[in-house]
Design a protein around this ligand. Structure first.
Ligand code: NAD
Length: 276
């Protein structure tokens, strides 16, 4: 199976199903990213703060895959926000990744109290202008912050990566992004593998569709048009998550999963509007 490619507003594309490596130790990253490539993934999501960019870079180099067949995302950490510090942090990430050109660079968190996100966004625009990164986007941005950076620069982020899963489905943010031509990317798409995967509604759909609960959740993200980056270091689960591409859900399944949303009570991670 192959992942669908979704189109960005800048003309580039992104494989809809990728592999995330938060909490994967540097020493393990090369091996598990190699497993993900074997399973079929071609899109890897890392970040400066994950401390494993070098391992991801070694896995890309060792894969034998052509550079244009692999899509790599990394993210600018909070402490590096600001115009000049962003340019420097980008160079450092690229050295660890051993890459000439990056596919996607994201501002990791809004950091409203720090208040440097607009200058940081301008630095990403410059990096894209220089051709060092193909596409630029954000992570953990609110509707209001998206409106501000678009209004100030005229450059619409390609994507916004935020916490999204059936207990916290981000319907309002997704509707705004769709109007603006911003793709939506789901972090912690499986709800970090906690009680979500034992929800009776998901267990019932999984049994009926001959899939696992994790596959049903991933198939829901894919059907909504979300870019999705599940994480696992277990080879059988890396493969299981990839095989979600073959799971077909009906409209009634999607509606039942949409109804699991708990609003703000469903949130696992920090609230971007206040996290500093
Ligand atoms: P996730 O929702 O992908 O859950 C991962 C956990 O779920 C695994 O550790 C494992 O315990 C379990 N799991 C995985 N596959 C399973 C399966 N098939 N069956 C049963 N259990 C399974 O959580 P995550 O790692 O938080 O998020 C995924 C990726 O999103 C991260 O690796 C990272 O790349 C990205 N992320 C980004 C941000 C951000 O601020 N931008 C924050 C969190 C995560």
């Amino acid at each position: 199976i192959e992942s669908p490619e979704l189109a960005f507003n800048d003309g580039n594309t992104i494989p809809q199903l990728g592999y995330g490596v938060w909490q994967v130790e540097e020493a393990l990253a090369e091996e598990v990213v190699g497993k993900a490539f074997e399973a079929g993934y071609r899109h890897i999501d890392t970040a400066r703060i994950y401390g494993n960019e070098a391992g991801v870079g070694r896995a890309v180099a060792a894969s034998g895959l052509a550079r244009e067949d692999v899509f790599i995302t990394t993210k600018l950490w909070n402490a590096d926000q600001g115009y000049d510090s962003t340019l420097k942090a980008f160079d450092d990430s690229m050295a660890r990744l051993q890459l000439e050109t990056l596919d996607l660079y994201l501002i990791h968190w809004l950091q409203p109290k720090q208040g440097k996100y607009l200058q940081t966004w301008k630095a990403l625009i410059e990096l894209q202008r220089q051709g060092r990164v193909k596409s630029i986007g954000v992570s953990n941005f609110t509707v209001e912050a998206l409106q501000e950076i678009i209004g100030e620069t005229g450059v619409v982020p390609a994507i916004n990566q935020v916490e999204t899963h059936p207990y916290f489905n981000q319907a309002r943010l997704r509707a705004f992004e769709a109007e603006q031509g911003i793709l939506h990317q789901s972090w912690s798409p499986l709800g970090q593998g906690r009680e979500l995967l034992e929800d009776p509604v998901l267990l019932e759909i999984a049994a009926r569709r001959g899939a696992t609960p994790a596959q049903v959740v991933l198939a829901w993200h894919l059907a909504l048009g979300n870019v999705v980056i599940p994480k696992s270091v277990t080879p059988s689960r890396i493969q299981e998550n990839w095989n979600a591409l073959g799971v077909v859900l009906e409209e009634e399944d999607l509606e039942a999963i949409n109804a699991l949303d708990k609003g703000a009570d469903g949130r696992i991670g920090a609230d971007p509007a206040t996290a500093d």
